[in-house]
Design a binder for this molecule. Structure first.
Ligand code: SF4
Length: 376
């Protein structure tokens, strides 16, 4: 975050490390009993509120839908809103209070995680912090990902999944992370980053940051999502994959996800209003049964097939787990020739793939029966 935001700190958490850091680094803060309620999406990005933890903070990803083959990642709702301006960001249509908020009580968050992972010791939990924001965009202000990564290094059956469009990784580099944190990037072509992912790190900066973290021993995961159609998309996505693998060896990539542009019909109006120069809504899209607008299925498949072909060119003998985000079994089958029969099976596939490729992180052989008995 390059501009200087203002801060508010809830009375209850003024002694947490995050609150202390903010108090030590800026005078532009006030102590408040509750969060301000900023209605405007863009204005909300300019003020950071540090809040206490209220209720449960760890849940399954809210996009989980039994109509799709979802990956069953868990998410921590530690941030809400984001300093970046991706034109397609669903938060502009989702948040009722747009104040950029951070749950600053990291100790209480870790306590909840420990209780939940202990209840299912057979399971490998992948736990992200990106559902309602970017995992690292606020790191220079909060150090929260550093605190979390230090704690995850000691947890037996959980991986922290930090997902970002930033290059703000320096805090993570000196840690004894035991590879229990995956530092992940959402990648897109240079054209899309420049035109639609405003204020984020550019591709060169993201890849340089990825190189820094993989050199520091972290594994990474890559999210080609949302893939977006425009005139030169095929050549540009080919270049993107080539640049990635030129910089990062395939044995440092824990998994790859692929998805395409999707949004609720109500968001179209907001997107055009907030970002009038964006061309995203010019393409023809159709509503799925989940009421989200997407490109027509043959077009999506064409994009996925192209990307997969390019990935396969460079991945060598590494069996990287590649999955689709928010797609049905028929798209999986056409793309991969096969598909996991359930969310449970895909959750198991993650654990098994990591166990096979990185036994130092997942030493326990995952038990398929246990996964299949679980309810998602
Ligand atoms: S980085 Fe993610 S959360 Fe932030 S604006 Fe972009 S899409 Fe939204």
């Amino acid at each position: 975050m390059k501009t200087n935001p203002s801060f508010s700190i809830e009375e209850k958490i003024t002694n947490t490390p995050i609150a202390k850091k903010v108090k030590a680094t800026t005078k532009n803060f006030e102590i408040t009993p509750t969060s301000p309620n900023i209605k405007d999406h863009i204005q909300g990005k300019k003020h950071i509120h540090l809040s206490a933890k209220r209720g449960e903070i760890m849940n399954l990803c809210a996009s989980l839908d039994n109509e799709y083959i979802c990956c069953a990642v868990h998410v921590l709702h530690v941030v809400s809103n984001c300093p970046y301006n991706c034109t397609y960001c669903f938060l502009q249509n989702y948040l009722t209070n747009n104040t950029l908020s951070v749950v600053a009580d990291t100790k209480a968050i870790i306590k909840e995680i420990k209780q939940k992972i202990k209840a299912q010791p057979w399971r490998l939990f992948r736990i992200g912090t990106w559902e309602l924001g970017d995992s690292l965009a606020l790191e220079p202000h909060t150090n929260q990902s550093q605190e979390l990564a230090q704690s995850f290094a000691t947890l037996p059956n959980a991986l922290l999944d930090l997902r970002t469009k930033s290059d703000l990784v320096d805090n993570l580099l000196p840690l004894d992370h035991k590879q229990k944190t995956i530092v992940s990037w959402t990648l897109n072509t240079k054209t899309i980053i420049n035109k639609e992912e405003l204020k984020t790190a550019n591709l060169t900066q993201r890849l340089a940051a990825m190189k820094k973290t993989t050199d520091a021993g972290y594994l990474t995961s890559i999210h080609f999502d949302p893939m977006i159609l425009y005139d030169n998309w095929e050549a540009d996505y080919s270049d993107l994959v080539k640049e990635l693998f030129q910089k990062i060896p395939s044995n440092k990539i824990a998994w790859i996800s692929i998805g395409s542009l999707r949004f609720n019909p109500e968001m179209k109006k907001l997107l055009e209003q907030n970002y009038p120069s964006s061309k995203l809504t010019a393409q023809e899209m159709i509503a799925g049964t989940d009421n989200k607008m997407r490109y027509a299925k043959p077009l999506r498949l064409k994009m996925y097939q192209h990307l997969l072909k390019e990935i396969k060119k460079y991945q060598g003998s590494e069996e990287i787990l590649i999955h689709l985000c928010m797609e049905r079994w028929d798209v999986w089958k056409k793309l991969f020739g096969t598909y996991p029969k359930s969310i449970a099976e895909l959750d198991y596939n993650f654990a098994n793939s990591l166990h096979q490729r990185f036994p130092q992180i997942v030493p326990q052989t995952p038990n398929l029966k246990k996964y299949l008995e679980n309810t998602y």
